[in-house]
Design a protein. Structure first.
Length: 357
């Protein structure tokens, strides 16, 4: 048993590590999982029974409430290994705050900091050899909470489980993405759950994304539910544009996820005295900027993708091709700076990195 600050964690180690099966030179995203997982139970209005167990299937009744009524939320974050072999998490306290915002909206109990942070620390420390060292690679961390009542009446679950699983991976996108502006299907509406990481948000995106991919696009750009004119997010990413040397992104609200990478990019931009505007931006404004030559770049930001460059924007049957990637572009500069901070090669003036091993 490991004592982790204010909690006790029961530990059952895997009998034989699977790490020798991992090809660190050819990492994909989200397909290989590390040796262990972390789990905590919620019963009688409190969290407890923290455990680290070998990764594998977990028992679940067919009547488990999360399977029927969608009480399921998650976070995405990463651990990095620097050039000295030290392992750190990127902004874990912000992920803890955000999962609890999601929990509140989905009528679920929040996970206390001691379980969230200490669970991450203990799990990643145990599986630290799974953290890749190559640039662009990391150990992806997936904390999530599900309702576990064995009951199919429509009500909030009384019991829950909090899990953390980890997965070594490389780049989510290995090339600039081609995106289609979606003007029919809707991701989020005012008063809805678009601002939280609820599993259902991603389920509803799969069909329109599939249709776009059948037309040769990688992802879609979601537009506002009222008029389908204002650009909100792209796939699973926040969306940013550089127009006439101004960095523009949609403002946060109940249809926009408060991305931690988004916030990091905006923070660095302001550090560098780049003009930033958090405001509504319409597809008409973007097309006009493309036509007059002031649209310099467009990109998505997210934990999995970090910075995903956009090569083409499709709208109303026409493709608008953006300039190619160049070293002096803002997105290239900020992507490098974030990687250098995470790898310990640049000063971490905002104290984003949380060293654990």
């Amino acid at each position: 048993m490991i004592t982790a600050n204010t909690i006790e964690v029961k530990v059952q180690k895997i009998s034989k590590s699977r790490i020798n099966e991992l090809d660190f030179e050819h990492l994909t995203f989200g397909k290989i999982f590390s040796d262990h997982l972390f789990v905590v139970d919620y019963n009688n209005n409190q969290w407890g029974n923290a455990q680290q167990l070998p990764y594998g299937p977990v028992p679940m009744s067919p009547s488990t409430s999360a399977l029927h009524y969608g009480q399921a939320i998650f976070e995405g974050m990463k651990a990095y290994k620097n050039d000295k072999g030290e392992v750190s998490l990127f902004r874990p306290f912000d992920n803890n705050k955000r999962i609890n915002i999601s929990a509140d909206r989905m009528c679920m109990p929040g996970i206390p900091k001691e379980y969230f942070i200490e669970g991450l620390k203990q799990l990643v420390h145990m599986d630290k050899d799974w953290v890749p060292t190559a640039d662009g690679a990391s150990l992806y961390l997936r904390p999530f909470i599900i309702g576990t009542d064995e009951f199919i009446g429509v009500k909030p679950s009384d019991t829950y489980k909090f899990y953390i699983i980890t997965s070594p991976g490389g780049a989510y996108y290995n090339k600039p993405v081609k995106v289609l502006v979606e003007t029919n299907f809707i991701r989020a509406v005012e008063g809805g759950v678009g601002f939280v990481k609820a599993s259902g948000n991603y389920g509803r995106s799969l069909y329109p994304t599939k249709l776009a991919q059948q037309r040769g696009y990688d992802q879609i750009i979601w537009t506002d539910a009222r008029n389908h004119r204002y650009l909100e997010e792209s796939g699973t990413m926040n969306l940013m544009f550089v127009i006439d040397d101004v960095l523009i992104t949609a403002p946060l609200g109940d249809t926009i996820l408060a991305g931690i990478t988004r916030d990091s990019v905006l923070t660095l931009a302001r550090d560098w005295k780049v003009k930033v505007q958090e405001r509504k931006i319409s597809i008409d404004e973007v097309i006009d900027a493309h036509k007059n030559g002031t649209l310099q770049e467009a990109f998505g930001t997210g934990t999995a993708a970090t910075i995903a460059h956009i090569s083409t924007i499709g709208f109303e049957g026409k493709d608008y091709v953006l300039p190619g990637i160049e070293g002096q572009m803002f997105s290239q500069r900020v992507a490098k700076e974030l990687e250098d901070i995470r790898k310990g090669r640049a000063e971490d003036i905002h104290n984003w990195m949380y060293k654990i091993a």
